[in-house]
Design a binder for this molecule. Structure first.
Ligand SMILES: Cc1cc2nc3c(=O)[nH]c(=O)nc-3n(C[C@H](O)[C@H](O)[C@H](O)COP(=O)(O)OP(=O)(O)OC[C@H]3O[C@@H](n4cnc5c(N)ncnc54)[C@H](O)[C@@H]3O)c2cc1C
Length: 440
């Protein structure tokens, strides 16, 4: 049996960051990865000859972002695309009313002002909310405070439902009142025309990574850690476990002795979401120029309500929409063709026969991915923001949990994954490390 200083489980951005930092300090590190590739939930598909991101695509605000710093240092090309935070109108958005007709500029301005009015009240309502309040509870209180008629209230209510679905892949009644507290975009947002996966692929260079090694058991004690995979057993002084919450909660991944408190309870309050991408490339463009996104209001927008114009990435007419929350759950067993048809019905309501059949299609299936069980974790009712950090407290001096869900400030993101990997490396080493060493 090989003995290492540190075993890192998972070659996503979190695991790669931790492994790189420790290896640069001279530690003997091995990374065990279940898939046949690195990157985890950062994955770019090139089947049509250009890069399409099937997992993460945005840096949700480049100001002070370590991922933005890494991308710049690695020479990764970016395209500004500041509509990734479900903002009401961060950049031009074409809104369509319940009748399928585009809203005038004045009507759009009024709708956006209504959302902003609710958001202003919402901050205070969330701050004072009961521990078992849902995001629905707090948004309803903020809506009632406006004393609007039903039609006006309903338009904003829908927007708030969709924000919960698109930002966290969760139905508004399942998300904790504080579930969107972290939802702040600092600076412009950007995406990667050459693929986000250039980041993990660069971070992986020079590391000892064992692909297609599925970990089933992590046994820890004061003497160190023994990790069982389908390709043998590995031993080390300590381990950094970066698998997603969905894997940590599954019976296929056993930690022995089981996670202590507060880790076990904090983990129990988080849940993997239902959030899938549907990307449609068209032979010709049928939507308006100069808009970043298209949004549909009303009952017809229950599932398919927002489309993002990815055309500038490759100069090919392309729209991205999401099956998020209830839509992802309901369509989980649908074929790709059924999902595409369902999206096209809604697009044709808005644009009629001008909508051709797509020439390029990507539909993801993160819910059925055995190495993630969903796209990212959300806060169930009863959870608190501190549940994220609670997971990262070192266990017995030998076991460290890392990954997007263990970072409180903006979890569910690539920066959270990177920062959590940095923290885990520091905890394992017992001293501070410059995060810049990750991409140096
Ligand atoms: C559809 C989608 C859209 C997203 N959009 C954005 C976005 O726009 N911006 C953003 O910042 N973030 C986004 N995210 C979230 C972001 O991708 C994640 O937060 C981040 O990549 C998580 O990194 P990680 O290292 O924590 O986990 P992962 O990337 O999941 O890495 C964990 C690794 O562990 C491996 N593993 C799992 N089980 C085992 C096992 N039993 N044995 C060995 N290895 C195992 C996995 O294969 C994986 O490689 C999105 C995610 C998805 C899925």
């Amino acid at each position: 049996m090989d003995r290492f200083d540190t075993i890192v489980i998972g070659a996503g951005v979190s695991g790669l960051t931790a492994a790189r930092l420790l290896a640069s300090e001279g530690r003997r590190v091995v990374v065990l990865e279940a898939r046949d590739r690195v990157g985890g939930r950062v994955v770019s598909d090139r089947r049509y000859g250009f890069a399409t991101d099937l997992g993460a695509s945005w840096i949700h605000g480049i100001t002070d972002s370590p991922v933005a710093a890494a991308a710049e240092a690695l020479g990764m090309r970016t395209v500004e695309f500041t509509v990734g935070g479900y903002q009401p109108y961060s950049r031009p958005i074409a809104y369509y009313g319940p009748d399928g007709r585009r809203l005038s500029d004045d009507a759009t301005r009024a709708f956006v002002a209504d959302i902003e009015a609710v958001d202003e009240v919402l901050l205070g309502v969330v701050a004072e909310s009961a521990p078992d309040a849902s995001y629905r509870d707090v948004t309803e209180s903020a809506l009632v405070a406006q004393a609007w008629d039903e039609e006006r209230t309903q338009r904003v209510r829908e927007y708030l439902e969709h924000r919960s679905e698109e930002q966290y892949g969760a139905w508004i009644e399942d998300l904790a009142a504080h579930g969107l507290d972290d939802d702040v975009v600092d600076g412009d947002e950007v995406v990667f025309p050459d693929g986000y996966d250039r980041l993990p692929r660069s971070l992986a260079k020079g590391l000892d990574i064992r692909l297609i090694h599925v970990v089933s058991l992590v046994r820890w004690s004061a003497d160190g850690v023994v990790v069982t995979t389908d390709h043998g057993t590995f031993e080390a002084a300590d381990a950094i476990v970066t698998v997603p919450v969905g894997v940590l909660q599954s019976a296929d991944f056993v930690i022995e002795p089981p996670l202590p408190e507060p880790h076990a309870s904090a983990l129990g309050r988080l849940r993997m979401n239902a959030f899938e991408k549907v990307i449609l490339g068209f032979p010709s463009k049928f939507w308006d120029d100069d808009v970043y996104a298209i949004r549909q209001q009303g009952p017809e927008g229950r599932w398919w309500h927002s489309w993002y114009d990815l055309t500038p990435l490759h100069d090919r007419p392309t729209l991205l929409t999401f099956a998020a929350g209830p839509a992802a759950v309901a369509t989980r067993d649908w074929s790709e063709e059924e999902i595409v048809e369902s999206v096209l019905v809604q697009l044709r309501r808005l644009y009629g026969d001008r909508v051709p059949r797509p020439s390029h299609v990507h539909v993801t299936d993160w819910q059925d991915d055995p190495f993630s069980h969903g796209s990212y974790a959300y806060m169930r009712i009863g959870s608190t923001m501190s549940d994220h950090d609670a997971l990262a407290v070192p266990i017995g001096g030998v076991l460290h949990l890392a990954g997007e869900a263990t970072w409180t400030d903006d979890p569910a993101t690539v920066p959270a994954a990177m920062l959590s990997g940095h923290r885990a490396a520091q905890n394992a080493l017992g001293r501070a490390l410059a995060i810049e060493a990750t991409w140096a």
